[in-house]
Design a protein around this ligand. Structure first.
Ligand code: FMN
Length: 188
């Protein structure tokens, strides 16, 4: 099952354009989550208490944990997110808060070692930026660290097109080059 997590906001999203090329290479998505259309419950104290109760009671089939279950069961993950404020849109962070569930996406061994519980071997992250991607720490880097150290998804690949809004930039040429890079990646 290929899970496509779409955090693109604009109808003319260039990030979505690159993601579409990637999805074509991967044979299409089985499930798309358009994060902008999902009203996630606020992660407030009552939500946390409810979640703790579900986890303590082993009620992992509860509706509130469905995003975590779906993420854990996917074979391949594709995340598309524009580079916003050195990071990504807040909806993606909201989604992450919903899928980081102990006992579903990650767990701990008896001696306290964290182990990933996700099935996916590979996660692809697609992004585009107006300027240069100054730091990956809060965007792809953060997702990659979570994937590898929490979820147990070892291989994380980023495709990106940057500098699209810089003065004099040929955005179309930059996007075409990034699309070509995606295609080339799968010829290897
Ligand atoms: C709210 C917002 C924040 C942004 N922050 C950055 C930024 O920190 N650095 C940057 O280079 N571009 C930034 N941009 C520009 C976008 O990264 C760029 O236009 C990107 O290609 C948009 O992707 P999209 O076409 O998929 O919507 C920002 C754009 C928006 C709307």
């Amino acid at each position: 099952m290929l899970l496509f997590i779409n955090a693109c906001v604009r109808s003319c999203s260039r990030t979505k354009r690159l993601a579409d090329r990637l999805l074509t290479e991967l044979g299409g998505a089985d499930k798309e989550l358009k994060l902008g259309e999902i009203k996630f419950p606020v992660t407030d104290e009552s939500y946390l208490r409810m979640r703790d109760r579900l986890i303590a009671g082993g009620e992992f089939c509860h509706e509130a944990l469905k995003y975590a279950r779906e993420f854990a069961a996917a074979d391949t993950i594709v995340i598309a997110a524009p580079y916003w404020d050195l990071s990504f849109p807040a909806q993606l962070k909201e989604y992450i808060e919903k899928i980081c569930v102990i006992g579903v996406t990650f767990g701990y061994t008896e001696d306290g070692q964290r182990i990933g519980l996700c099935k996916a071997k590979r996660l692809y992250y697609v992004t585009t930026s107006g300027g240069r991607i100054e730091s990956e720490e809060f965007g792809f880097g953060y997702i990659k660290y979570l994937a590898q150290s929490f979820y147990g998804i070892e291989e994380c690949v980023q495709f990106r097109a940057e500098g699209l809004d810089l003065i004099g930039a040929d955005a179309e040429a930059i996007l075409k080059k990034a699309e070509k890079e995606i295609t080339e990646h799968f010829k290897r």
